[in-house]
Ligand binder design. Structure first.
Ligand SMILES: C[S@@+](CC[C@H](N)C(=O)[O-])C[C@H]1O[C@@H](n2cnc3c(N)ncnc32)[C@H](O)[C@@H]1O
Length: 241
């Protein structure tokens, strides 16, 4: 399989990302739970808390994939509505199936959309969320500008992403895990070794918490904070308009 990044540029490419996620859509959830030892559910539930949702909140979840954050928002946050978007239809198909059993108060909709060029009006959402999506975007700055554009004044962008553990000995162990265990697990569970080699590389190359906060400020957000989880393996950035 072709990797989802351009090895020359060292960055993900739109075509590569689309191809990878359309191929692994049906096995994505299994890989996620196994590789994170089930922590991914906890990380998403903390992200929902940081979204500070109310029964009147109108939410947009971008790069929603198979919908785990969308469903956590609906079940735990119970806002008025959540629009779940991704540019890979096969991933959203899995998400749609999860929403079939949902019986809570939140209206859940799905739409195929590129998070770097959102098909929504200015100031149309109270909260925008993304989990494990921005690392795979070739143009992250475009996504940050778009999130800001579609947020209402006072709105917040909640970004859950792998990050840089600050404690160096732990970081070294974790990076070794990414280099050795993840490609083996990924190959066993999805058959796609290049993408899981890329996963570790992309996590190691991703900006630190502080650098990502700077990028969010550069996109025009007024106040940015972050919260490390699991010793900084992931961080939740909250950027306010
Ligand atoms: C690692 S998955 C994360 C899915 C989900 N948010 C979760 O928490 O499991 C990354 C998702 O980002 C999507 N994605 C990457 N770049 C995108 C873009 N520019 N626009 C929309 N979706 C994108 C991929 O299609 C994929 O479904």
């Amino acid at each position: 399989m072709t990797p989802m990044h351009d090895p020359a540029a060292g960055r993900p490419t739109t075509e590569g990302v689309r191809r990878t996620f359309s191929t692994i859509a049906s096995r994505y959830d299994l890989f996620n739970s196994v590789s994170s030892l089930g922590l991914d559910r906890y990380w998403r539930s903390v992200a929902v808390r940081h979204a500070e949702l109310t029964p009147r909140s109108v939410v947009l979840d971008v790069a929603a994939g198979t919908g785990d954050l969308t469903m956590a928002i609906a079940r735990q946050g119970r806002p008025k509505s959540v629009m779940s978007t991704d540019f890979v239809a096969e991933m959203l198909d899995v998400a749609r199936k999860k929403a079939q059993d949902y019986q809570g108060p939140t209206a859940i909709e799905f739409e195929v959309a590129d998070a770097q060029a959102l098909p929504f009006d200015d100031a149309s959402f109270d909260v925008v969320t993304v989990a494990f999506g921005v690392r795979n975007m070739p143009d992250r700055a475009a996504n940050f500008r778009e999130a800001k554009r579609v947020l209402k004044p006072g709105g917040r962008y909640v970004v859950l992403e792998f990050s840089r553990p600050p404690f160096v000995p732990f970081r070294s162990m974790y990076y070794a895990y990414l280099k050795t265990v993840i490609p083996v697990l990924g190959t066993l569970l999805t058959g796609d070794r290049p993408s899981f080699l890329y996963l570790g590389e992309s996590i190691r190359a991703f900006p630190s918490q502080m650098s990502l906060a700077r990028e969010l400020y550069a996109a025009g957000f007024k106040k940015v904070s972050w919260h490390n989880l699991t010793l900084g393996i992931v961080a939740i950035h909250v950027a306010q308009v």
